[in-house]
Design a protein around this ligand. Structure first.
Ligand code: FES
Length: 146
């Protein structure tokens, strides 16, 4: 490979790197966690955030939880060490199911965006998402269903 062709190839690779990185960040796979319900709480084992492959353990940023009490899944999002937020994946604009990725919730219908605490980032939605109080007890995350 001559020098000019080599530089062109490397340059294209470097230009593509940030895009590939952003794409990977926003393409975390959707995983529905197993849960149980007790009294008024959804209980999700902390181990549901683990991805064990061969001898390596990595951790999911979020999991989705289905419950018969809501028509939409709840997203349980890890926001820090032992800190989780839980938000209903229902857009407050006209009720479409939200997507999660890239550290935000986004609506495929009209483009509203919400942060992982459920706050509106971008309209047309003008109300925050329904959120739930979370706590950790005995290796489980409790989502209070109110
Ligand atoms: S339903 Fe989500 S932005 Fe309209």
């Amino acid at each position: 490979m001559d020098r000019k062709k080599f530089l062109k190839t490397c340059g294209m690779g470097l230009i593509g790197l940030p895009f590939a990185s952003a794409l990977l960040t926003s393409c975390e796979s959707i995983y529905y966690a197993t849960s149980s319900i007790k009294n008024n709480s959804l209980i999700v084992p902390l181990s549901e955030f683990e991805i064990v492959k061969k001898n390596t353990t990595t951790y999911r940023t979020f999991v989705l939880v289905k419950t018969s009490r809501e028509d939409f899944p709840i997203c349980l999002y890890k926001t820090g060490n032992n800190e989780y937020t839980a938000a209903l994946m229902k857009c407050t604009h006209r009720g479409c199911e939200l997507n999660v990725g890239g550290g935000i919730y986004s609506c495929p219908c009209h483009g509203s965006e919400f942060d992982t605490k459920g706050g509106v980032l971008e309209g047309p939605a003008d109300q925050d998402l329904k959120t739930y109080k979370t706590s950790i007890q005995n290796e489980n995350i409790y989502i209070e269903l109110s």
